[in-house]
Design a protein. Sequence first.
Length: 249
Amino acid sequence: MIPPEAVRAVRDAPSVVVLTGAGVSAESGVPTFRDAARGLWAKYDPTRLATPEAFEADPELVSRWYDWRRERVAACAPNPGHHASAEMERWLTSMRRGFTLLTQNVDRLHHAAGSRAIVELHGSIWIWRCLGCGTEREDRSMPFAEYPPRCADCGGIRRPGVVWFGEALPHAALDAAERAMRGCGIFLSVGTSSLVYPAAGYARQAHARGIPTLEINAEPTPISPMVTWSIQGKSGEVLPELLRLAMEA
Ligand code: BV8
Ligand code: ZN
């Protein structure tokens, strides 16, 4: 049940910020970060694989893991949660209201669903960067010819364009998120365990600024007791319903 006040807050806010996590892509079949250690990767801890140290120690192993995740994501399509985010952006923008999508997800399914105002806080597994010459480009070729993949320009080793644990988030992403947070009238946290910082800090920041906060997640998280409204449910069901009610209100 979506509280009517939450619906009105979305309808009346001068701008909306939505933060998404792996839970939004889960219904598309993308393993959440913690699920990404199933099967042949079960013996690895993702938070230890997704680090500069792991890549430094074994670039072949880590690039194979990312290639496996790319293959998994390539087989997935956006779900109603992604589509509702894109439609909410179009609807609010058509009424000259602000909308920013902050995503922790690296799969680019929000892009595939038509979202535009996206801030990729943790980069993307489709972007690969050469450690030799710095060339960074989207690479959807699969599987890689060799591990780690090499740079066509200089032969250097390429790494995934994601933010690893212990790495700073891109300045551009942090700046864009800060700008979006300043003007927002409601902050939505969707499909994230709210454990990873600094992304998990935005809900707290909104709350501290007196901005109404709405959480949609399959299970309670550390921000559930704090937010204005916490809805336990699937993003692919709750987001479309929230949008429908807000558009009708
Ligand atoms: C930083 C990209 C500082 C990579 C990711 C010790 C050493 C170093 C750093 C730290 C440390 N201790 C703490 C830190 C900080 C650290 C951190 O927060 N750690 C946590 C674990 C405590 N943060 C960092 O390191 C960040 N950088 O602090 O840098 C710095 C500053 C200046 C200069 C130098 C350094 C970088 C963090 C980014 C890490 N990269 N991803 C890759 O993907 O390979 S994070 C990765 O894990 C994902 O992107 C995701 O955001 C996150 C969590 O993964 P999941 O659990 O899968 O997803 P999520 O949490 O979203 O949970 C899914 C939720 O959905 C669940 O609650 C589930 O119930 C729900 N759900 C499931 N299905 C549905 C659903 N909900 C709704 N509907 C459904 N259908
Ligand atoms: Zn290069």
